[in-house]
Write a protein that binds this ligand. Structure first.
Ligand SMILES: C[S@@+](CC[C@H](N)C(=O)[O-])C[C@H]1O[C@@H](n2cnc3c(N)ncnc32)[C@H](O)[C@@H]1O
Length: 278
């Protein structure tokens, strides 16, 4: 079979609703590229797949069909054109993360100087993408999980070497006192306690998801402390569930931030809120 034929069949299979794939075509490309010892960008549609690679591909696909996330199978995820290392130490960034990254970036110029912060950063993808797009910024990455922070540090060293520091601890607590940020991005836990999650998702560290009875306990703590950490005119952007967007805008306005604004993904679903420090 050729690469194109295998991708077509596999994407159809991965589109089954119970597999909760964000992008079946992209997952198929990741799995096949891994079986062929390459990356998705190097796949060529008319290459024929030899029996050895085909066997390996079928083994990888079986793991995915048994609910193992593709990110953990291939050990990588691609966000905004950058390839990040990912494993069970961290949450796998979702493919809509660029909505958060661009909501942060649109608030500061290309020549911005100073510091950016990715709070509850997981493997560091949002902060590292911000740093990659704004070479004048240094990036602080912070997460309560020491294991995720190891991985964030590894990713930062590969992708923006020498420009990031990674801190393990509760929210702002491990960060250098007095530091002021031009951009803060955050995709913290925001799922209401008790929500049933699909098996794929439960493979990931549980500290990533639950945020109290209405999901916003961590968000409220972040927004309460946020103004003291923002540079004048700095931009805050955070992800949340679409049903929480209005509440988060209200929390930001009540904390004194200006221009609270919702940002939509490709499907028009609002899932990111940004606001500016006066
Ligand atoms: C939904 S995951 C998102 C990770 C990353 N921002 C991303 O989008 O890929 C939430 C992250 O919040 C972190 N977290 C949970 N509670 C935290 C706290 N109190 N302080 C800092 N990080 C926290 C988890 O360890 C997890 O990495």
């Amino acid at each position: 079979m050729t690469v194109a034929e295998l991708l077509q069949h596999t994407a159809q299979r991965l589109a089954a609703p119970e597999l909760v794939s964000e992008d079946p075509q992209q997952e198929a490309r990741e799995l096949l590229a891994h079986a062929l010892g390459t990356v998705p960008a190097r796949l060529r549609a008319d290459t024929s797949v030899d029996p050895h690679a085909h066997g390996e591909f079928i083994r990888l696909l079986a793991r995915r069909l048994a609910s193992e996330p593709t990110g953990y199978i291939v050990g990588a995820v691609e966000i905004d054109g950058l390839r990040f290392k990912v494993d069970r130490r961290g949450f796998i960034p979702r493919l809509d993360l660029p909505v958060l990254i661009h909501a942060g970036l649109e608030g500061v110029g290309r020549d911005a100087k100073g510091f950016a912060l990715d709070l509850a950063c997981g493997i560091g993808a949002a902060g590292i993408c911000v740093g990659h797009a704004r070479p004048g910024l240094r990036v602080d990455l912070a997460d309560v999980s020491a294991e995720a922070i190891e991985l964030a540090r590894e990713n930062a060293e590969l992708l923006i070497p020498g420009r990031a520091q990674a801190y393990a601890g509760d929210l702002f607590e491990p960060l250098p006192r007095g530091r002021k940020y031009q951009i803060v991005t955050a995709n913290p836990p925001w799922v209401p306690d008790g929500t049933e999650l699909p098996e794929e998702v439960l493979n990931e560290p549980h500290v990533s998801f639950f945020g109290g009875p209405d999901g916003l306990d961590v968000v409220r703590r972040i927004i309460h402390e946020l103004p003291a950490w923002m540079a004048p005119g700095g931009i805050y952007a955070q992800e949340c569930d679409p049903s929480q967007v209005e509440k988060v805008r209200g929390l930001l306005a009540a904390a004194g931030l200006r221009e609270p604004k919702a940002h939509a993904d490709k499907e028009g679903v609002k899932r990111v809120v940004s606001a500016r420090q006066p």
